[in-house]
Design a protein around this ligand. Structure first.
Ligand code: NAD
Length: 484
């Protein structure tokens, strides 16, 4: 298979927060990989902008170090790295002051795409937007990219939207949810809408329930104070898991067009029912043998923030009437594994005298690790023992199916940045989507705050609190095992 790399238009990309963790780990190495792949044209440039007082040369050294650390060794080509670094400049700017903006203005070129990546705390979005405008650096064709968290509740998200809307139209604003840039997540849409096989069955009549799991093994050690203000609901459910749920639950858009897709996602979010307290389980990991627990990591002995959450969610529309979506995510769990599992209903009439009586088809979409799809089908157990049935996987790993090409699949950030330059907003969240997601999330959080609910402890390396198991057992269902 030959991978097709279509170069994007020439651009000037300014990265505010260019010396920060995200820029070093994801944005700059990602741009280098796109350069290596031939997608970033010769005439494009990257300008780092941050508070530190650095020369161009010092910033290039920092970028070179980031590439050395975060790009696989077999993709580190000396000549390509030198050529890439040649395209990089730096401006020292404090977003809240006036210095540096004139220099930045002088660096911007006409006739190329202008993009501004706000890889800084959201509290600086307004300052940057304002000054880009004031100094005539952004024009009507410029694009801005903003990072999560996009607010911590509906009010703050509205305020952020309003601040950006003062100087930029919705068509210029790219709100990143990097989950949407993942290859497998986009494959969800391909699986549903490019195959006749699944879509006719994609409804309450044939689907028993859906499970969405985002399990991590890492703790919050080192960033506990930050995480303690957020928690799993804000950090994972309101954005990433909500997006996954939307892609599974949405109606087919009339076209694969940014607003058509986002209109359909928005309808799903608006159709989400409020969640009652008995359908929510929150957890906090306990201390392990050699490691502190959540309380030690957050440095807040009275913390009621959840490092784990499981929820039973209902989408209130014709397609999904009576089909629960079970969502769970947490830190310090047994394995790092993210997947969506769609469990189909039993056949309407059993013709086999099979003792197990358990004939369910499950479609599993693995997001990480080992991205791929797995369809569990029932077959006859081999041998002469009569007509006994067993469940076997039709298993497809994308790495196996795509061979060498899988290695060159851009990671989420690479793809999303190229989409910004192409002007394609399909994989970015629209302002109304983010607000609708907070409008659903807020009362849930307010509910447990008002009740003073405490999260339940769970052991590190387990699959979460006991009550989360009960959430499923009560409905006669069980969670899938969390494994890599
Ligand atoms: P960081 O603290 O490592 O870096 C912050 C950057 O902002 C630095 O370059 C710093 O110089 C710059 N900065 C700070 N104050 C400034 C000012 N007044 N004027 C100009 N520049 C200023 O943060 P980070 O981890 O890189 O995160 C950046 C943004 O991305 C945050 O909004 C964060 O929530 C978001 N984010 C980060 C990650 C991640 O993995 N690091 C993941 C998702 C989202």
């Amino acid at each position: 298979m030959v991978s097709r790399v279509i170069p994007v238009d020439a651009f000037d990309l300014v990265i505010f927060g260019g010396t920060g963790d995200l820029a070093k780990r994801k944005i700059l190495p990602g741009l280098y990989r796109r350069f290596l792949a031939g997608q970033m044209t010769e005439n494009s440039r990257i300008i780092g902008a941050a508070r530190a007082d650095l020369t161009d040369a010092a910033f290039r050294t920092l970028v070179g170090e980031a590439i050395a650390e975060f790009v696989p060794k077999d993709r580190q080509d000396k000549k390509a790295i030198a050529d890439f670094l040649d395209k990089i400049a730096y401006v020292s700017i404090d977003a809240t002051g006036e210095g540096g903006w004139a220099k930045l203005q002088g660096l911007m070129r006409d006739n190329v795409v202008r993009a501004f990546y706000f890889s800084v705390a959201p509290s600086l979005f307004g300052d940057i937007a304002e000054r880009l405008h004031l100094h005539g650096i952004a024009d009507a064709w410029s694009r801005i990219v903003v990072e999560k968290p996009f607010g911590r509740d509906l009010d703050s998200a509205r305020a952020l939207n309003a601040v950006l809307a003062k100087h930029f139209t919705e068509a210029q604003i790219y709100r990143i949810d990097h989950y949407l840039g993942k290859e497998t997540v986009q494959n969800l849409m391909a699986v549903r809408f490019a195959n006749i096989l699944f879509e006719p069955l994609w409804k309450a009549e044939y689907i028993d329930h859906v499970q969405i799991t985002v399990a991590e093994t890492v703790s919050v050690d080192g960033r506990g104070a930050y995480y303690d203000k957020s928690g799993a609901m804000r950090d994972m459910v309101q954005n990433h898991m909500m997006q996954l749920l939307c892609l599974i639950a949405m109606e087919p858009p009339y076209h694969f067009d940014p607003d058509a897709v986002r209109d359909e996602k928005l309808k799903v979010i608006r159709a989400l029912k409020p969640v009652s307290p008995e359908h929510i389980v929150r957890g906090q990991y306990n201390a392990g043998k050699d490691e502190g627990g959540y309380i030690e990591h957050s440095e807040n002995p009275a913390s009621k923030t959840e490092s784990y959450i499981a929820l039973k969610v209902n989408v209130s529309n014709w397609r999904w009437q009576g089909v629960p979506f079970y969502l769970r995510t947490g830190k310090r769990l047994r394995a790092r594994a993210s997947e969506i599992a769609i469990t189909f209903k039993q056949p309407p009439h059993a013709i086999f005298d099979d003792a197990k009586g358990w004939h369910e088809n499950v479609l599993v979409i693995r997001l990480q690790p080992n991205e791929g799809m797995n369809l569990m089908v029932m077959i006859k157990e081999p041998g002469p023992g009569g007509m006994r049935l067993m469940q076997v996987p039709l298993d497809m790993s994308f790495a196996d199916a795509l061979g060498d090409e899988a290695e060159d699949v851009p990671d989420a950030y690479e793809r999303l940045i190229m989409d910004v330059i192409r002007g394609n907003q399909t994989l970015f969240m629209r302002g109304d989507e983010v607000e609708a997601a907070w409008a659903w999330t807020d009362p849930i959080i307010q509910g447990w705050e008002a009740r003073g609910d405490k999260p339940q402890g769970y052991d590190p390396g387990s699959s979460g609190p006991e009550d989360a198991l009960m959430l499923m057992h009560r409905d006669g269902r069980r969670w899938r095992e969390i494994k890599e």
